[in-house]
Design a protein around this ligand. Structure first.
Ligand code: PHE
Length: 375
């Protein structure tokens, strides 16, 4: 199932300084792993579909092919993200140009789908973030798969409940998502944690207890009235959730490394041919990693995100980790960072020569693009 590939030259004006999407990211757009029925992400999506089909008599409209290129308005303004919110920064978000981004969440589609009259919908798709929140684990993977759920209620739905609309929607949301968690995990311990999103109030995170740890499964909440009002649903209430597919799939299928989702290695892909939940991944031998260190004096503009981007631009999927291992400031006030880069292929053994060449190119590129002084 090939989705539409987006060619850089079709969407980026030459040398546009407002573009920060590198070629490595463009090359991953449109793969649509969630649309392959024998891929863990496709299996998970289908299993969630089954839950909603069964419990809501097919009322949920499903979208899994909406274009990941959206306007700044769709991605941020329409869901009430404040003008000065960090998530809008070039450090956190991929801008194709000053008005167009690679969506950073599937919530970018809430407003248009509401305006089109949908009241129950699921949106699945690839989302893109530059932030390094999870950089210690997956520094090179800035594409993730997300599923959005959205349900609108009209006053008739809650009038007999004795609750106000917001309380009714919150209760329905929790019941629905607890049911979904049991559908995926069986009997499992769960807890709700209060949180903040600009587009919901109240807002919650659902965590499940899995292998001795609390695992964050999704973010959700009762949709801000303003969003409903602006999109033709005054006097209604709604709930919404957003769920990261990879993290759940890694847990459900025992998949140890997020890069495996992109692997075309038969030893990976063939294990899920049944298209059902319940299969546990049997690891095949990993090729050894190779570590290279590099030190440099940073400047004021230096960020770890930018470093990761440069490294990824040269070494692509062969980088497993970029980790700060030393950091000091000398008497003159100059700060030095030492990063350890782990190179590893999922598919083959890398040669010394290949790694040395990569590292040489990485060093040159880091120096010229980030203007740091190598040591
Ligand atoms: N969009 C949020 C995120 O990506 C998730 C979310 C969706 C939260 C819908 C609340 C409601 O983190």
């Amino acid at each position: 199932v090939g989705g539409v590939r987006i060619a850089r030259d079709d969407v980026v004006k030459e040398d546009d300084p407002t573009n920060n999407v590198p070629d490595t990211i463009f090359s991953k757009i449109g793969l649509q792993l969630h649309r392959r029925d024998s891929h863990p992400l496709g299996i998970l999506k289908n299993t969630i579909y089954d839950y909603f089909d069964k419990n809501f008599a097919g009322q949920f409209d499903k979208f899994d092919d909406l274009c990941p290129l959206v306007s700044v308005k769709q991605n941020f303004d329409d869901v009430l993200v404040p003008a000065d919110h960090v998530s809008r920064s070039y450090n956190d978000t991929y801008y194709v140009d000053s008005q167009t981004v690679l969506r950073c969440h599937t919530s970018a589609h809430q407003a248009e789908l509401l305006r089109d009259g949908h009241t129950h919908f699921l949106v699945t798709g690839d989302v893109y973030r530059r932030d390094s929140i999870d950089s210690t684990h997956y520094p090179v993977f800035h594409q993730h798969m997300q599923m959005e759920g959205f349900r609108v209620f009209s006053p008739d739905d809650w009038s007999d409940s004795g609750m106000d609309g917001t309380a009714y929607a919150a209760a329905d949301l929790k019941k629905t998502l607890e049911g979904l968690a049991r559908h995926l995990f069986g009997a499992v311990e769960m807890r709700w944690v209060d949180t903040y999103f600009p587009f919901t109030n109240p807002s919650f995170e659902l965590e499940i207890y899995f292998q001795d740890d609390w695992l964050e499964v999704l973010g959700c909440g009762v949709t801000e009235q303003e969003i409903l009002k602006r999109n033709g649903r005054t006097d209604h209430v709604a709930w919404a959730f957003g769920l990261g597919l990879e993290r759940l799939a890694m847990v459900l299928f025992d998949i140890p490394d997020i890069r495996l989702f992109w692997s075309s290695d038969k030893r990976f892909t063939s294990q899920f041919s049944e298209g059902k939940l319940g299969v546990k991944f049997k690891p095949f031998s990993k090729f050894p990693p190779c570590y290279k260190d590099m030190s440099f004096w940073i400047n004021d503009a230096f960020t770890e995100n930018n470093l990761c981007e440069v490294v990824r631009g040269i070494a692509g999927d062969l980088v497993e980790e970029v980790k700060l291992i030393d950091n000091f400031t000398n008497k003159k006030g100059m700060t030095s960072h030492c990063y350890r880069i782990a190179y590893r292929s999922m598919e083959r053994s890398l040669t010394d020569e290949e790694i040395n060449n990569l590292q040489l190119n990485v060093r040159e590129s880091v120096q010229s693009k980030l203007n740091v002084e190598l040591r």
